[in-house]
Design a protein. Structure first.
Length: 195
């Protein structure tokens, strides 16, 4: 089974789960808000993404959740087209190769015209924080791979899998968050597609 077919198959069951969320009531909004004030503006509109909020602050309508899932699946589909592209430190395009944040930045801009900051730490300050259990396609996942909280970023796909440009000498690939390497290095996740 091809990579894209596997994704579509697992996302089909995910879609059913998301649709069932449409009948869930509002969540507790008592969790503290982030103090960060980093904004993100999409170049093709006046839309500005908010700084990081907690999951509890998200009270999206069923229509918004469905649209968010659709955007996430579009991001995942586009990202899968670059599987096997070589890692290049500082790389931000298919012509040069990608580093982790260059890959994420390219995919979001190329797919949805959303301009993300260049560095993972700045990406981590956008949107809403998401727990590991509530990850959805298109969420950004962050890892501590070099002694810093946000030294690596990837795009969550589904079923504990994410796509990323790992390190020099590798290529854009799919990895598991529950692997022996990434399990203890996961630090944070944010969702920017609910806006």
């Amino acid at each position: 089974m091809s990579f894209l077919l596997k994704i579509c198959s697992s996302l089909a069951s995910f879609t059913v789960a998301v649709q069932s969320l449409a009948w869930a009531g509002p969540v507790d909004a008592s969790a503290p808000q982030s103090r960060s004030e980093v904004n993100l503006q999409a170049p093709s509109s006046d839309r500005v993404l908010s700084p990081v909020a907690t999951k509890a602050a998200i009270t999206a309508s069923p229509e918004t959740r469905t649209e968010s899932l659709s955007k996430g699946m579009t991001i995942v589909s586009e990202a899968s087209k670059y599987m096997g592209m070589p890692y290049r430190w500082g790389g931000t395009s298919p012509q040069t190769g990608f580093d982790c944040s260059g890959f994420v930045q390219f995919i979001f801009f190329h797919t949805l015209s959303i301009k993300l900051p260049r560095m993972p730490v700045n990406m981590s300050r956008l949107g809403s924080r998401v727990s590991r259990e509530d990850l959805a396609p298109g969420d950004l996942v962050f890892f501590n791979t070099r002694g810093g909280k946000f030294t690596h970023v990837g795009i969550y796909i589904n079923d504990s899998q994410f796509i990323h440009a790992p390190m020099p000498g590798t290529r854009v690939t799919l990895s598991r968050m529950d692997s022996s390497y990434y399990r203890h290095r996961f630090t944070y996740a944010v969702r920017i597609l609910h806006e």
